[in-house]
Design a protein around this ligand. Structure first.
Ligand code: 3PG
Length: 216
């Protein structure tokens, strides 16, 4: 029997509170995953979302889960029950989806893996809250309306906490983190593909350290 929704939400909240930023990583070479995760950890970023958009993603999650016990590795771009199952088998500790669907709701209810589902409107956020999701990804944050839009949701929906993601960088993250309904932000700016390709781990640690120093 899978964990209850409140238990899963609690586990997810602990992960989202590890640092002000969740690193969103799209990885082409699973062989660098452990070093990449270590570079983020060295900078103080422990929650790492590997998007399931490349063939290397599941191997990268598996490698980090085995070799970086201080990291909380999750799977991003989870779109289906099959994605959720594959993420759990690979050792992911959480899953992130850009939105939600009835099939994904059913799969997440049956899974032990906590899901951070995406919402971009009040209606979507209310539907998720009805299903027990008080923690949600606000996606895509900047195109959907940014800081002011999310601030406007805090009045009528004060019980929902968001992790805005999509278009967030070091220079606009702090404004999101100051909102009362934001727990953390997500972003790919900590792991630019050029630095990953060059295996420039010290540079990634510098970006992670700056992100970890942001505070809400
Ligand atoms: C994504 O799913 O790619 C995330 O939302 C990351 O968005 P970003 O690249 O704008 O940080």
């Amino acid at each position: 029997m899978s964990a209850s929704m409140p238990q899963k939400q609690e586990r997810l909240e602990r992960i989202l509170r590890m640092a002000p930023v969740v690193a969103v990583v799209t990885i082409d070479d699973a062989g660098v995953a452990v070093a990449l995760a270590q570079a983020l950890l060295d900078g103080g970023i422990g929650a790492i979302e590997i998007t399931l958009r490349t063939p290397a993603a599941l191997d990268a999650i598996r490698a980090i889960a085995q070799a970086n016990p201080l990291a909380a590795v999750g799977a991003g771009t989870v779109l289906s029950a099959a994605d959720l199952d594959a993420a759990a088998v690979a050792g992911a500790q959480f899953a992130v989806s850009p939105g939600a669907s009835p099939a994904l709701f059913d799969a997440a209810d049956a899974s032990a893996l906590p899901l951070l589902p995406g919402a971009a409107t009040a209606g979507e956020a209310m539907t998720l809250a009805e299903r027990g999701y008080r923690l949600q990804k606000f996606f895509p944050a900047e195109p959907a309306g940014g800081v002011e839009y999310l601030r406007a949701l805090a009045g009528p929906l004060p019980h929902i906490r968001f992790c805005p993601t999509g278009g967030i960088r070091v220079d606009n993250a702090a404004a999101y983190l100051r909102l009362p309904n934001v727990l953390c932000v997500g972003g790919s700016w900590l792991t630019p593909s050029a630095l990953v390709r060059a295996q420039d781990w010290p540079a990634i640690t510098v970006l992670a350290r700056a992100a970890a120093a942001l505070r809400n």
